[in-house]
Design a protein around this ligand. Structure first.
Ligand SMILES: NC(=O)c1ccc[n+]([C@@H]2O[C@H](COP(=O)([O-])OP(=O)(O)OC[C@H]3O[C@@H](n4cnc5c(N)ncnc54)[C@H](O)[C@@H]3O)[C@@H](O)[C@H]2O)c1
Length: 360
């Protein structure tokens, strides 16, 4: 192993604790400093880590020790923070989506290319044993030629538990841009890039009520679609049917199924790193669980940073994240126009992950 990468986090809200826990156990990654618009929040986040400095955003960007900026701000700030990191000559790894719009994301990728720095982006959950084992099963021909997939995420909405859920209901949020990255990144990992989409979408309410925390009972505006459905036409010809909703009480539908000419797979929740992958061949009775055969075992959010310690395009990379954002925007454009939309971007499937324990 070479030198660990030195990381600075910008944005110390709800998700930061999970990253802090992962980084703590990855010898390839060292957290140097954190920053947030709310300095008190940043201080609280690193109370268990006295060696980590609390800095202003500009100070963190200027810190020569930091090689990678981990951008855990809200979607509306993703591009702004990523562009600051790139301008400072640092690699950047962003929470999803890569930016609130593909136009902003394109600016980030262009600036990074010109500056010769790398862009990574969540979700890295798909580098875990769940999606990776399913990918290997497909690549090994266990279901024959893949022809279709379903992906279903239906909940009543994050305002029930998140103390500051405003960002989930403005552009950059909604069930599609918030949860779609997990599902679509998993689908692209298994079935390859998407060439065109057909969508339909709805919005049930113009306001939501915060369900927990100091702002409980406060109403927040909804300016995005909260139930989005559609079909993704993969370049391979496979068809994925997607349902992403903040308008349902619950569901028993599998998160993801992939169907091939010879068999079907149940793929675990792509918002998690692991879970059983089930296979049923044509004519089989019932399902059998496949042994874990690929992916980071025991991983947590932040494992995508591991590729920054090596060279090359990170597997949780900017080009893939851009394609996923482009697919989602195209789906919404299709929903609003009532016509199929060609997805202009494409990407390679990310390199597979051999079975290993995250962090070694
Ligand atoms: N909460 C979750 O369970 C969860 C899970 C997975 C991914 N994510 C993603 O992580 C990101 C952050 O989500 P969260 O739930 O932690 O949000 P949050 O609102 O709890 O925290 C965001 C933090 O970023 C700070 N911030 C915003 N703009 C900033 C700026 N310009 N400069 C510096 N700091 C800034 C805010 O002050 C806040 O502390 C989002 O992209 C979200 O989609 C969240």
């Amino acid at each position: 192993m070479g030198q660990p990468v030195n990381v600075g986090i910008v944005g110390c809200g709800a998700i930061s604790a999970q990253y802090l826990r992962t980084i703590e156990r990855l010898p390839q990654v060292r957290l140097v400093a954190v920053a947030d618009l709310d300095l008190e929040r940043a201080r609280e986040a690193v109370l268990p880590y006295p060696e980590v400095e609390v800095l202003g955003v500009a100070e963190l960007m200027a810190d020569p020790r930091i090689g990678v900026v981990l951008n855990l701000t809200i979607p509306a700030a993703h591009a702004e923070i990523a562009l600051l990191a790139v301008a400072a000559g640092k690699d950047v790894y962003c929470e999803k989506p890569l930016a609130a719009t593909s136009e902003e994301a394109r600016r980030v990728l262009r600036a990074a290319e010109e500056a010769g720095v790398r862009v990574g982006c969540a979700p890295d959950t798909v580098l875990g044993t769940g999606t990776q084992t399913a990918r290997v099963a497909i690549d090994d021909g266990l279901i024959g030629r893949p022809v279709a997939a379903t992906a279903t995420m239906m909940t009543p909405g994050h305002e029930r538990w998140h103390p500051n859920p405003d960002f989930y209901y403005v552009p950059g949020g909604g069930p599609l841009l918030d949860m779609g990255p997990y599902y679509i990144t998993s689908l692209v990992t298994m079935l390859g890039p998407v060439a065109s989409v057909i969508g339909a979408a709805g919005r049930t309410r113009s306001k939501r009520t915060i369900g927990s925390g100091p702002r409980q009972g406060e109403e927040i505006p909804v300016t995005v679609d909260t139930h989005v459905t559609g079909v993704l036409v993969h370049a391979s010809g496979a068809l994925s049917t997607l349902v992403m909703s903040f308008d349902a009480a619950a569901t028993q539908a599998p998160r993801i199924e992939v169907h091939g000419e010879q068999g079907s797979l149940v793929v675990p929740d792509p918002n998690h790193f692991d879970g059983p992958v089930l296979l049923s061949g044509v004519g089989d009775e019932g399902w059998r669980t496949l042994p874990e055969s690929a992916g980071y075992a025991g991983a947590g959010r932040g494992v995508g940073l591991l590729d920054f310690a090596a060279t090359g395009e990170p597997r949780a990379g900017g080009t893939l994240a851009f394609h996923v954002l482009d697919i989602m925007e195209s789906l919404l454009a299709s929903a609003h126009s009532g016509r199929a939309v060609t997805v202009e971007s494409t990407c390679e499937r990310p390199r597979p992950v051999a079975l290993e324990t995250a962090g070694g």
